[in-house]
Design a protein around this ligand. Structure first.
Ligand SMILES: [Zn+2]
Length: 276
């Protein structure tokens, strides 16, 4: 399924169902992210899930997964559980996702033992980088913008697409957006942040991950070249790499992903919904 570049932002002020619910900002849609201030409360819990990190400035961020239920219930507490708490409900827009059938080299879906080792060690390195980013207190995640590349090139695969590789050999859901662009096209960071990962990855090819604060990261994968190093400070004028066809890829494109860490868990987000 193919969509043209779209600049209509779904980012808005989000009101809760209850009239006194704190007003949040962001896209109240599966794959989106909401942030706000706790105000009179000290703690926030996502019901049925985990405690949400609240920093000294009372800012908190909630990631909405691909399959997030239609009602997001947040428990706001003044003194922690079981102190004085109030539950507020936010309506989350539900989406439907397309299905894609893809054919790639067999070694990319049926891993030989040494490849499985490589895939596991890549995943461990990415997780370690993400865990460190969870302590990044920056608030750049509130000011992300569509990178240049989206204005000039089309989206070839949307966030959340269900993928069937090599006739059922492996299934996954697409945890970002793909932008079809020629090899060598410059890739800019979607906002200010710090590079936390820049390496060759078996499945994702040459990949860069940027931390934008409070566990929110953006991911740039399958690149031909990486132009930054871990620890670099970047903004949306920084070229993090060049479009390529490395890793498990069927043609030159940029895979642009985003995620947030809640506790030890990574929630994949739709980068299009994070743009202010
Ligand atoms: Zn992709």
């Amino acid at each position: 399924m193919i969509f043209g570049a779209c600049n209509t932002s779904l980012y808005a002020s989000v009101r809760g169902v209850e009239p006194d619910a704190p007003v949040l900002s962001g896209a109240a849609r599966q794959g989106g992210m909401l942030h706000g201030q706790t105000g009179q409360y000290r703690y926030v819990y996502k019901i049925g899930d985990e405690k949400i990190r609240v920093s000294h400035d009372k800012i908190f961020v909630v990631g909405l997964g691909r399959d997030e239920p239609a009602e997001l219930k947040l428990l706001f507490c003044k003194f922690g559980l079981p102190g004085r708490c109030d539950t507020f409900t936010y309506a989350i827009e539900q989406r439907t996702y397309p299905t894609q059938n893809l054919t790639v080299a067999d070694a990319m879906v049926r891993y030989a033992p040494e490849i499985q080792k490589r895939v596991d060690s890549d995943a461990a390195a990415v997780s370690a980088a993400r865990r460190k980013a969870a302590d990044d207190n920056a608030t750049h995640f509130m000011d992300l913008s569509l990178s240049d590349i989206l204005a000039r090139h089309r989206i070839s695969t949307v966030f959340g697409a269900a993928r069937n590789y090599n006739n059922g050999a492996r299934f996954s859901s697409h945890n970002g957006i793909d932008i079809a662009a020629p090899t060598g096209t410059q890739v800019h960071s979607i906002g200010r942040g710090t590079v936390i990962y820049a390496d060759d990855n078996y499945l994702s090819g040459n990949m860069v991950i940027v931390s934008h604060g409070r566990g929110v990261t953006s991911v740039y994968a399958h690149m031909d070249k990486i132009m930054v190093a871990v620890g670099d400070t970047v903004d949306n004028k920084t070229v993090v790499g060049m479009v390529g066809n490395t890793g498990r890829s069927t043609g030159p494109h940029l895979h642009l992903g985003a995620s947030i860490m809640h506790g030890g868990r990574v929630i994949q987000l739709d980068p299009l919904l994070l743009m202010n």
